[in-house]
Design a protein around this ligand. Structure first.
Ligand SMILES: Cc1cc2nc3c(=O)[nH]c(=O)nc-3n(C[C@H](O)[C@H](O)[C@H](O)COP(=O)(O)OP(=O)(O)OC[C@H]3O[C@@H](n4cnc5c(N)ncnc54)[C@H](O)[C@@H]3O)c2cc1C
Length: 504
């Protein structure tokens, strides 16, 4: 069947990202209508990305100097994780977006991790090995000025952005690509006799029919969960956090006014700081900080968490009100059912510790476009789509859960419980077993490569960064410390050549 009309329901980041990608691909061939209710609004949080968002804007041919200022966006070289470990020397570490330039640093890092796993007294904290860590530590942008005066990318990077502004920017772009926009509320979903979706009934504008539907209705999942009854698979038993308080804060001084090139003059890392009942994010935008505390409602309530967050942020958050958000972590059993796919929070949610959601949105949409192009709406396309989306989400669950399993805080019952959780995937259990034993970790990573979403460097950074090592039993020769020191100096020198920013 050749699609003629796609209806996207929902105008949050998922709806507008999907509208842009589909319209970019099918403009003129398939009519695309997006209906959203401005009265209902969007979830309005979600301010950090991975490097995949660069590809998204490249696909749309939108340069950074167009979209970044419009979305108060800054560069992100990676994520800093303070406070997750009580092990000496591992109080904080940086998870970098690394690049090919980091190859020798990465090789040395893997070697030092191996030596430490074998008992030598090395301290392989990722910060010392990767360019992105040095750049972020200096508060610089991921671009180096070369000796000929040209500017080149110095490390892979993602972004921080204001999610409302991003939605608005993408809305305007999608409309320019021909997407029809309706602001109205869906009050009913009509199904066909065959069990697919026939149309959605709008409060003001009547019936809206289409031959394919994209559910971007956020946590409501109006089409997939409500109308089509696709089962939801909770992963609360693995990722127990189920709520957040989001609270912006002012910068100490008005940075935006001081800067002619705002997005290059702010901190270039997300901070994910462990807290007594979860963790707190700090995200630098050009006009303010985005902050929030992700936690488990079984251990603390919203009032307690907001008080802790306000105490942490001080008077900088006085002018702002907090938002309280709850969710059940998990995903749909499958994401394509009959003539409907789910994209965004309607397909599930994983906590934002590694900011995985926009990547999942982008992947889900791109995968649909790709499979429709190659296999149409066939059962084969549907099966491949569901399998690959689930693989991406499940791989993310493994990586997220690993943060908790190897944390070593013991200050609250919350931390003791998440560390001692025995519920995990066989793949994650296998990885942790290998790391903790003398088995070759790299062989196990290769063996599991089909299931793993995060690359080797990310796994090493997580496990070494949190100090997941036994106490050393052997003294390393003095020469064994030298390569790390050299890399540290090399990266610091390289970072000096990166465009200047002002620290937070
Ligand atoms: C605390 C928290 C922090 C997060 N941090 C990050 C992060 O750092 N990085 C990241 O990548 N992601 C993050 N996310 C996830 C991110 O916010 C979402 O994935 C993203 O915003 C997409 O949301 P959405 O479009 O699926 O849903 P929403 O933004 O909720 O949009 C739903 C849309 O559906 C519409 N709608 C609903 N019902 C109806 C109806 N009956 N009729 C018409 N329209 C309707 C709404 O009006 C709205 O337009 C975070 C999420 C949370 C909760």
């Amino acid at each position: 069947m050749q699609l003629k009309k796609i209806v996207i329901v929902g105008g949050g980041a998922a709806g507008w990202m999907s509208a842009c990608l589909m319209a970019q691909q099918w403009r003129g061939d398939i009519a695309i209508t997006l209906v959203e209710s401005s009265a209902i609004g969007t979830v309005g949080v979600g301010e950090g990305s991975t490097p995949f968002l660069r590809d998204f804007f490249q696909t749309l041919n939108i340069p950074e100097d167009e979209w970044m200022p419009a979305c108060n966006a800054t560069y992100k070289c990676g994520i800093r994780f303070p406070g997750w470990s009580s092990r000496e020397d591992f109080a904080s570490y940086f998870h970098p977006f690394n690049t090919e330039l980091d190859q020798s640093g990465a090789i040395q890092f893997f070697k030092d991790c191996y030596a430490r796993r074998m008992g030598y007294d090395l301290t392989p904290v990722p910060d010392d090995y990767f360019a992105a860590s040095a750049i972020a530590k200096m508060g610089r942008a991921p671009f180096a000025r070369m000796s000929d005066g040209s500017v080149q990318v110095a490390t892979d990077y993602g972004y921080h952005f204001d999610s409302h502004l991003l939605g608005e920017f993408l809305k305007q772009h999608a409309k320019r690509l021909g997407v029809v926009h309706i602001d109205d509320k869906v009050v009913d979903v009509k199904c066909t006799e065959a069990g697919g979706i026939d149309s959605v009934q709008l409060a003001q504008s009547g019936r809206l029919a289409g031959d394919f539907f994209v559910d971007c209705t956020g946590f409501k999942s109006l089409l997939m969960r409500e109308a089509l009854a696709v089962p939801f698979i909770s992963c609360q038993d693995r990722l127990s956090n189920n709520a957040a308080v989001a609270l912006p804060a002012r910068y100490a001084e008005d940075k935006a006014q001081k800067s002619a090139q705002p997005q290059a003059r702010f901190p270039t890392e997300t901070i994910a700081q462990a807290m007594p009942y979860g963790w707190m994010w700090r995200i630098p935008l050009t006009q303010r900080w985005g902050n929030g505390y992700v936690f488990d409602r079984n251990y603390a309530d919203f009032d307690q968490i907001e008080a802790q967050l306000r105490e942490q942020l001080g008077s900088a958050c006085d002018d702002f009100s907090a938002r309280r958000i709850m969710w059940e972590p998990g995903r749909l059993q499958h994401h394509w059912e009959k003539n409907c796919i789910a994209i965004g929070l309607s397909q599930g949610f994983l906590e934002p510790l590694e900011a995985p959601m926009l990547r999942i949105i982008q992947f889900t949409c791109e995968r649909f476009v790709e499979l429709y192009q190659s296999d149409g709406l066939s059962g084969r396309a549907q099966q491949r789509f569901n399998q690959s989306v689930n693989q991406l989400i499940d791989g993310n669950i493994d990586y997220l859960q690993a943060h908790y399993l190897v944390s070593s805080r013991t200050d609250t019952a919350y931390w003791k419980t998440v560390q001692n959780n025995q519920v995990m995937s066989p793949e994650l259990a296998r990885l942790l077993r290998a790391w903790r034993s003398k088995e070759s970790f790299d062989s196990v990573l290769s063996e599991l490569s089909d299931a793993l979403v995060y690359h080797k460097t990310s796994w090493y950074c997580l496990l070494a960064g949190k100090g997941e090592f036994n106490l050393p039993t052997k003294q390393a020769p003095a020469s064994a410390h030298a390569p790390k020191q050299r890399l540290k100096e090399y990266n610091a020198k390289g970072a000096q050549n990166c465009l200047l920013t002002e620290g937070g």
